[in-house]
Design a protein around this ligand. Structure first.
Ligand code: PLP
Length: 461
């Protein structure tokens, strides 16, 4: 499979090259040149298979040519062996026709483990073969950083540095980043906010001396390998509810549009998905856009579902690429307009988006009320992101079964959950000593020179 850029001006790459590169050289995001399609029989044959087997069948057409069949099977096996549930992504019934897809049984209790655990193994295998090392630097508001550290710790082909805003992540998130003892893991608490961390990371990628010197690589959600891993659970969930003979819909708590875009690809691959519903918190640029108001940036307002506090959803560019008929020039122009605040979506592209997507927005009060309501009526304690999804899903109920993605474990956001429900969500027993483990973290100034110098001095020879 070849990979092309959404902006049409970058060279075609293999899967492995696209994965190791991250961002395309024309500023665009990589996509497969063609979306592979599975027949109804092939989809029906997934029913009852272990998660790892479904993962292999769904992802293989995207990666063949870069990995051998057995090698890829072993990578998948290693990626998911540390999960705390045999089903990996179990489905739970919430009420009649509404289901929760639990994506929080990985090592850091959020859905990001599905992609990050796989990408860690893929990087290690590819770099070993090439006899190369890379330096992964990531910026995080919490979940991405902990998932990346957990995925790359102890792998000898990578050093991983995670920048997080000092004092602005939850205690569980911080401890997940600062307690791994592996020497290739470096948690950096930056004196600044998340935007500062992200800006510093972008500046490092634009500093070509530094970028080439340390062999900088990125694993944020624009990396296509991350989207790919997330396609799998749409298949496993739909098939367990009767697909391909029965349609299903999904509601997805959304920030950077990575998770729901994976659902869109599943649909294009032939999975009979009726609606894909985008659920946002008060940072609602996607809901406004899908309501026909254009794509215009606002200020990010902190919320109790912080992993969705995003005003520019990087993966939305991929959806726009298809909505604009795979016209890279049109996408490049929109992204230019975005630099000056935003753009209106053409009528044709709006119609294309509406063929697949619906949307809804949830206030802070509604999020708290939904946590309480879900506990009272369904005996499920859910995290605030999941509550945003449940609320929007209930507003979009139809005859088709609705599956809401439960994106994090409630214990990862105990303050909000307790405020809503008066229940303290306990950590799963496999990580109940998190609060006793020693922490290792470097507090560091929000200064590009100091950050780069620190990274240069701490990568292994
Ligand atoms: C990252 C994250 C999201 C948003 O996912 P996107 O792929 O960025 O849309 C939602 N919930 C939780 C718990 C997350 O960590």
């Amino acid at each position: 499979m070849k990979y092309i850029s959404t902006r049409g001006q970058a060279p075609e790459l293999t899967f492995e090259e696209a994965m190791l590169t991250g961002l395309a050289r024309d500023g665009g995001l990589y996509l497969p040149a063609e979306i592979p399609v599975m027949s109804q029989d092939e989809i029906a044959a997934l029913a009852g298979l272990p998660y790892e087997d479904i993962a292999f069948r769904v992802m293989w057409p995207y990666v063949s040519g870069s990995f051998a069949e057995d090698e890829f099977k072993q990578i998948i096996a290693r990626a998911y062996e540390g999960f705390g549930h045999d089903a990996r992504a179990p489905l739970k019934q919430l009420n009649e026709n509404h289901f929760l897809l639990e994506l929080f049984h990985g090592p850091t209790l959020a859905f990001k483990d599905f992609a990050m655990q796989l990408i860690g193994q893929l990087f290690q295998a590819a770099l070993k073969r090439r006899e190369e090392r890379v330096t992964i630097v990531g910026a995080t508001s919490g979940d991405t950083g902990s998932a990346a550290i957990e995925a790359f710790r102890g792998l000898d082909a990578v050093d991983v540095f995670i920048l997080f805003p000092h004092g602005r992540v939850s205690e569980v998130q911080r401890r997940q980043m600062t307690t791994p003892a592996d020497s290739n893991v470096h948690a950096l608490a930056v004196d600044g906010d998340f935007d500062d961390c992200q800006a510093a990371l972008k500046d490092m990628f634009n500093d070509f001396d530094f970028r080439d010197g340390v062999k900088l690589a990125g694993v944020n959600s624009i990396n296509f390998a991350r989207v790919l891993a997330q396609i799998v659970y749409y298949f496993s969930a739909a098939v367990s509810l009767g697909a391909p003979h029965r349609k299903v819909s999904f509601t997805v708590p959304t920030g950077n549009f990575g998770d729901i875009f994976a659902g869109y690809l599943a649909k294009r691959m032939g999975l009979p998905i009726d609606r894909l519903v985008v659920a946002t918190n008060q940072n609602d640029i996607l809901h406004r856009c899908l309501s026909g108001e254009g794509y215009f940036k606002g200020d990010t307002i902190p919320s109790i579902s912080p992993s969705m506090d995003i005003q520019v959803s990087s993966n939305f560019e991929r959806a726009l690429y298809y909505a604009y008929g795979e016209d890279g020039g049109a996408v490049a122009q929109l992204m230019d307009e975005l630099k000056n605040g935003g753009f209106n979506v053409s009528q044709g592209a709006m119609e294309a988006l509406r063929e697949s997507f619906d949307s809804g927005r949830v206030s802070e009060d509604e999020t708290l009320a939904t946590i309480k309501h879900t506990l009272t009526h369904s005996a499920e304690l859910v995290c605030p992101h999941t509550a945003v999804g449940i609320k929007v899903a209930e507003e979009h109920r139809a005859d088709t079964p609705m599956i809401t993605l439960a994106t994090a474990h409630p214990a990862k956001f105990p303050a909000a959950v307790e405020m809503a429900s008066d229940e303290h969500p306990p950590l799963p027993s496999r990580m109940s000593d998190l609060y006793e483990r020693p922490e290792r973290v470097t507090r560091i100034a929000n200064d590009l020179g100091i950050l780069e110098d620190h990274i240069r001095r701490h990568i292994a020879e």
